[in-house]
Design a protein around this ligand. Sequence first.
Ligand SMILES: *Cc1c(COP(=O)(O)O)cnc(C)c1O
Length: 360
Amino acid sequence: MKERAFNFSPGPAALPVEVLAKARDELLNYRGAGMSVMEMSHRSREFMDMAEAAEADLRTLLNMPEEYQVLFLQGGATTQFSAVPLNLLGGKTKADYVHTGHWSAKAIKEARSFCDVNVAASGEASGCNHIPPRSEWRVREDAAYLHICGNETIGGVQFHDYPDLGAPLAADLSSDFLSRPLEVGRFGLIYAGAQKNFGPAGLTLVIVREDLLGRAAPTTPTPINYEAQLRADSMSNTPPTFAWYMAGLVFKWLLRQGGLEAMAAHNEAKATMLYNAVDGSNFYHSSVAVTDRSLMNVPFTLSDPSLDGAFLEGAKARGLLNLKGHRSVGGMRASLYNAVPQEAVTALVTYMAEFERERA
Ligand SMILES: *Cc1c(COP(=O)(O)O)cnc(C)c1O
């Protein structure tokens, strides 16, 4: 392939071309330092300046209230599945979780090693194709926090508004962070791996409200102890320097695009185009409840699954890549993160219509 493909990968995922080009231009000699950003000390002036700018840009993008702290950590969202109970239980023994699919199930399983977990609501009985209505949630009064997965990357269900139920809300926003405006003040804790929507793998952002700090279990390993990491400027050990730098470039790119309002409009237009193509045909199907559909990850199936292979092959020939659905769901999945251009979705729906005409 001579040109860049239309990349619908669920993660690691597409990055903005401008960001990749900037990283290329700075790769051998980072801003006159005589070396690349990944070859220098994380405590050097150059790196510290970059890190400060990245946090400032993130705060601007999210209009983040001052009482929130930002950590730039390693370990992926998966490590946070343990870090969250270790840091937030604060002597309590109970935490409540909402089960909406693959990733919330993983968080629940991991949390059970640390506390008494109550599944406050679950979409499992109907194949996790919707967000359980708020009236069904049973949140315990003495729960240390309530955990949700804001966007189920595999199942394609997404919260379009967030609950306010007393217990601090802890959210895995790995696959929709920075895809639209976010009212940070509604959360006690937000975490997100970079490789879906704002950088390469290796970096995990944690945003935590100050009053939830300082209550980590004494056994919490230092690299995942929020309070300890805050005191060390996220450098209790060597941070993921290159991924941090790349995320910083993405934050600047987002500001240049017009911020998160502009991103929301861009992402909504793409998702609407694809869902319209699916809903307007009898050949393609989405099983997700319309009101809870994800704007980031769109799973869909062909009415004849024996055509899946041919669909993927034809897509690949047109430079439409990484459309195969997760093995637990089958069918197709198109991930429409920020860096996926409108033209990619136009090319996809054009191909879908042609494939249907030829094969249905
Ligand atoms: C990808 C993903 C994870 C896991 O991320 P890792 O970096 O592999 O730990 C967790 N939650 C959600 C919602 C994800 O999309």
